[in-house]
Write a protein that binds this ligand. Structure first.
Ligand code: HEC
Ligand code: HEC
Length: 198
């Protein structure tokens, strides 16, 4: 590309920001990439991939930046975000946050009820704080606190275990300490409860 005379200013600006200040169309990125795993509206059908629909935009943004910086390790996701600009990440977070999520149907309502008790009260016997204190009474979260309502149960279980063994790092140590004492049965029960919540 040749930059000369008055045109040089506009030309240099376009070289510095080839996609334009607003970046690529988020919908085009969703279609080309995200939908393969998370679905077009973030209602991923496979429990291998978290639902993004209705998730809080600030939380989504932070996680995308964490994958980009390597603070949160996941080979599949790191490949997806490597070339995304800050503006594109913001637009993708807003896009998925604005979609409606459909909760799962609990396969075991009795177990989900045990999960609800733990969610709302914690368990003083093993030092587990009430999840509702941070994630809210209906698990909708706020800002950087993730929504858990309607998420795939097995994804929730995997993330809790990743916090316990530190394969997932959080920006602060909050999640590591609050879940450290959970038993396997409690993890399954609370995940059951949350996946059925809307
Ligand atoms: C090849 C499959 C794949 C594609 C394509 C993909 N993701 Fe993911 N995504 C994953 C997996 C797997 C996880 C869970 C990672 C983990 O367990 O830590 C994830 C997690 C996430 C999370 C964290 C959600 C949470 O609740 O913490 C966000 C946000 C996300 N993806 C956004 C995107 C966006 C935006 C795109 C498109 C640019 C995208 N993903 C494309 C596989 C994919
Ligand atoms: C003191 C506040 C606090 C409490 C109490 C708490 N959490 Fe969290 N939780 C967080 C924060 C903050 C994050 C986001 C961490 C990050 O940014 O990676 C999080 C993340 C999570 C995630 C990952 C969500 C996703 O989409 O990947 C799950 C699952 C989770 N919490 C479950 C629980 C459960 C179950 C309990 C109760 C046993 C609980 N949390 C109690 C603050 C809390």
């Amino acid at each position: 590309m040749r930059c000369a005379g008055l045109i040089a200013i506009a030309c240099l600006a376009s070289l510095a920001d080839p996609a334009g200040a607003a970046g690529r169309d988020p919908l085009a990125i969703v279609e080309a990439r995200c939908q393969n795993c998370h679905g077009m509206t973030g209602q991923s059908s496979s429990p291998n991939y978290p639902k993004l629909a209705s998730q809080n935009a600030q939380y989504l943004q932070r996680q995308l930046f964490n994958f980009k910086s390597g603070k949160r390790q996941n080979a599949e996701m790191q490949a997806q975000v490597a070339d995304l600009t800050g503006a594109e990440i913001e637009a993708l977070a807003d896009y998925f946050s604005g979609k409606a999520v459909i909760a799962d149907v609990a396969f075991d309502p009795a177990l989900a009820d045990i999960g609800r008790l733990l969610y709302e009260n914690g368990n003083t016997a093993n030092g587990v704080t009430a999840c509702s204190a941070c994630h809210g009474p209906r698990a909708h979260g706020a800002l950087f606190l993730p929504r858990l309502a309607g998420q795939h149960a097995s994804y929730i279980e995997r993330q809790i275990k990743a916090f316990i063994d530190h394969t997932r790092e959080a920006p602060d140590i909050v999640m590591h300490t609050v879940v450290a004492g959970l038993t396997e049965a409690e993890i399954i029960a609370v995940a059951q409860y949350l996946s059925g919540l809307d």
